[in-house]
Design a protein around this ligand. Structure first.
Ligand code: BES
Ligand code: MN
Ligand code: ZN
Length: 496
């Protein structure tokens, strides 16, 4: 899809439709009013008759047949009341409008920038871009039938204030890069387990590095053994797929080193502590964190952000077999900590432990890990927000601010020392689960990770937000790419 910011006369547009956002119960103003005048008041009539009032989510199509006017159709998209305006509402309205045009079979859509919204123009320009790119995402790599029926929008022209074109263009380009990276994350993450193996994922990381400009080093099994990452290796023991430890590096300058770590379980069956069959297919998305790290690295490098970034993604399958880890096994992580594996389904923390130890050598100013770590986090926060935990209030605050701006919601859970008791083991330093009943499961998982960090650290449990079981306003079913927009938002105004 090609995006272009335009300050020309909208009445001359060659687009097949104009998308126009409208606040509930308001009259037409600014660019919308100008369009209505060109259309001899046709939009005004619809508003006057209250066929369309601008409720959030509302859509209305007007077909035009006027001489000497390029405009053929107007799609009205409701943004709800001005006083309740959020950028997320605009993302939603934009996604709805773009999908409507796409489903009509249109190829070229013009969008009127809603300049009257009560926030900075750059922000609304970015939000409407996000709505279009994220909202029209389709994953049809594996469909073979009815391919000809697949509809796509090819071009978007955003019409905006003549005097602000430069700034708006910048904002749109920034959003476009971040959303393309988010869709890359979704593509990688939506790969089924038989294709998206650790080896495949490592190759995809290398490709992303080449394309976007960051270094990628892939370590195989024997190298992981040499690094004494027994905790990580204990998870892959049951699988014929070789584990891969992927190290990505982008250096855009800046004195702080920031590390992103992503859980990359390409399929989580639970291992010997096997999961119930129902919903098990969803565990192909247990690599969400790693895919988001690859996406964030790609976006940061494309945007040439002035930061030094490291991305660490341990990839492994978690399967049962004669060679798999067993409940009760004891292994040593690469920092020497002994771990009793009481449940092989608590594998995410085992692969992350060694990655978090590896991060220590960079003496990072901040480490953020993303992981579909616990069902308990889904119980606590559902599919609305990621669990936000960490050991550094300032960093937690940075992530929260970025979360509010990006619309990728995170909510804090405490890591009080009382919880540390729960992961003590009788025969090793720690065990990989808390109470058998799973009390405070999201927190005890984080307490486990905390044992392996010696730097400012934030852990995001994205088990509930990494994929959608149903369509959301601008996030389609399947992998959401959660975390890419959040991380880039945080890097964007990074100050030590
Ligand atoms: N990948 C799962 C967590 C998960 C569950 C993510 C559901 C998304 C949806 C993780 O590896 C896991 O199995 N966690 C266990 C931990 C337990 C054994 C302590 C869980 O949450 O049940
Ligand atoms: Mn598991
Ligand atoms: Zn898992």
């Amino acid at each position: 899809m090609k995006l272009q910011v335009n300050a020309g006369r909208i009445e001359d547009t060659s687009a097949e439709a104009i998308l126009l956002f409208h606040f509930k119960d308001e009259t037409l103003g600014g660019l919308s009013k100008h369009v209505d005048e060109k259309l001899k008041g046709q939009i005004g009539v619809v508003l006057k008759n209250r066929e369309f009032i601008g409720k959030a989510g509302q859509l209305y199509l007007i077909s035009i047949n006027l001489e000497k006017i390029g405009i053929k159709r107007v799609i009205l998209a409701g943004m709800g009341g001005r006083n309740e305006f959020t950028l997320d509402k605009l993302r939603g309205a934009s996604a709805k409008g773009a999908n409507y045009a796409r489903n009509l079979g249109l190829k070229h859509l013009a969008i009127l920038h809603p300049l009257e919204a009560p926030v900075a123009m750059e922000e609304t320009a970015a939000a409407l871009t996000e709505g279009v790119i994220l909202g029209t995402y389709q994953y049809n790599k594996y469909h073979t039938e009815d391919k000809a029926d697949i509809k796509t929008l090819d071009a978007i022209s955003i019409y905006t204030d003549v005097n602000k074109v430069k700034n708006i263009q910048k904002a749109v380009e920034f959003a476009e890069i971040v959303c393309d990276a988010t869709n890359l994350t979704r593509n990688l993450n939506n790969e089924p387990g038989n294709v998206g193996t650790p080896t495949y994922m490592a190759k995809m990381a290398e490709e992303a590095g080449k394309k976007h400009g960051f270094k990628v080093k892939v370590y195989g099994k024997s190298e992981i053994e040499n690094m004494k990452m027994q905790s990580f290796l204990s998870v892959s023991k049951g699988s014929v797929q070789e584990p891969k430890f992927v190290v990505m590096e982008y250096n855009g300058g800046g004195k702080d080193t920031i590390v992103f770590v992503g859980k990359g379980i390409t399929f989580d069956s639970g291992g010997i502590s096997i999961k119930p069959s129902r919903d098990m297919e969803k565990m192909k998305w247990d690599k969400s964190g790693a895919c988001s790290v690859i996406g964030a690295m790609s976006a940061a490098a494309s945007l040439k952000l002035p930061v030094h970034l490291i991305g660490l993604t341990p990839f492994s399958e978690n399967l049962p077999s004669g060679s798999a880890s067993k409940p009760g096994d004891v292994v040593f992580a690469s920092n020497g900590t002994s771990i009793e594996i009481q449940n092989t389904d608590a594998e995410g923390r085992l692969v992350l432990a060694d990655a978090l130890v590896f991060a220590q050598k960079y003496k990072p100013k901040a480490v953020i890990d993303l992981a579909t770590l616990t069902g308990a986090c889904v119980v606590a926060l559902g599919d609305v927000a990621a669990g936000l935990m960490g050991n550094d209030e300032k960093l937690i605050d940075k992530v929260r601010k970025a979360s509010e701006k990006s619309g990728e919601k995170c909510w804090p859970l405490p890591l009080w020392k009382e919880y540390d008791e729960k992961i003590k083991s009788d025969i090793a330093d720690i065990k990989n689960i808390g109470t058998p009943g799973g009390d405070a499961g999201a927190i005890t998982a984080a307490m486990f990770l905390k044992r392996f960090v010696n730097y400012p650290w934030v852990h995001l449990d994205i088990a509930g937000t990494a994929w959608n079981d149903y369509e959301k306003p601008y996030l389609t079913k399947g992998a959401t790419g959660f975390g890419v927009r959040l991380l880039i938002e945080m890097l964007r105004d990074w100050k030590s």
